[in-house]
Design a protein around this ligand. Structure first.
Ligand code: SF4
Ligand code: URA
Length: 194
């Protein structure tokens, strides 16, 4: 049932030209993870070059770093998560997707959330956070907090975390460093979903 809804939706996206990004994509990037077993949805920003080539989210440098953190927190990317982005097509030069592009793509995102119906949603980075949370607050101030937000007709626990591309620039593992905080946030999420 879930699989059918998601595969119909994916077919729709494959033919979608609702925004400019449809003109330059090579592949839509629909999702990764397991719709049957996922306990949380992780929402990133947008596909990059490697994702556009392969059709899978978070497979480039940022994706590899995300995988390392997930492993350390004992979250299974393949079983515990369903991974998506705010838009399904790559923005040229990896720019941030515009509000108009996010709005054009939002119905697909909401349908994925309603179909998976997770209790927990992870906003991975500021773009995902801003899509669902309208108060102006820096990701560094709000990361790790559990926000109760109504998304897709349900109140869900939503947790903002740093985006792995940001962590590529900060290597320290010292207490309170971005990487230290990322691991702490993911461990907190592990406790929420286990
Ligand atoms: Fe359609 Fe979303 Fe791709 Fe825009 S980004 S063309 S709305 S699938
Ligand atoms: N960054 C994202 O936000 N999403 C991806 O899929 C890849 C990199």
């Amino acid at each position: 049932m879930k699989e059918q809804i998601l595969s119909d939706l994916k077919n729709k996206c494959q033919n979608c030209m609702k925004c400019e990004l449809g003109k330059t994509r090579n592949n839509i990037v629909f999702s990764d993870g397991n719709p049957k077993t996922a306990k949380a949805i992780l929402i990133g920003e947008a596909p990059g070059e490697n994702e556009d080539k392969t059709g899978t989210p978070f497979v480039g440098r940022a994706g590899k770093l995300l995988n390392e953190f997930l492993e350390k927190a004992e979250i299974s990317r393949a079983e515990d998560l369903y991974i998506i982005n705010t838009v399904k097509c790559r923005p040229p030069q990896n720019r941030v997707p515009s509000d108009a592009e996010k709005a054009a793509c939002e119905s697909y995102l909401l349908k994925q959330i309603e179909t998976i119906n997770p209790e927990v949603i992870i906003f991975c980075g500021a773009t995902a956070l801003k899509s669902f949370y309208d108060k102006k607050v820096a990701i560094s101030k709000i990361r790790g907090e559990v926000l109760e937000l109504e998304i897709g007709g349900q109140i869900r626990k939503c947790i903002p975390i740093f985006h792995p591309s940001y962590l590529l620039r900060y290597h320290s593992l010292e207490e309170g460093s971005p990487r230290d905080l990322m691991l702490k946030d993911l461990k907190k999420i592990k406790n929420l979903i286990k």
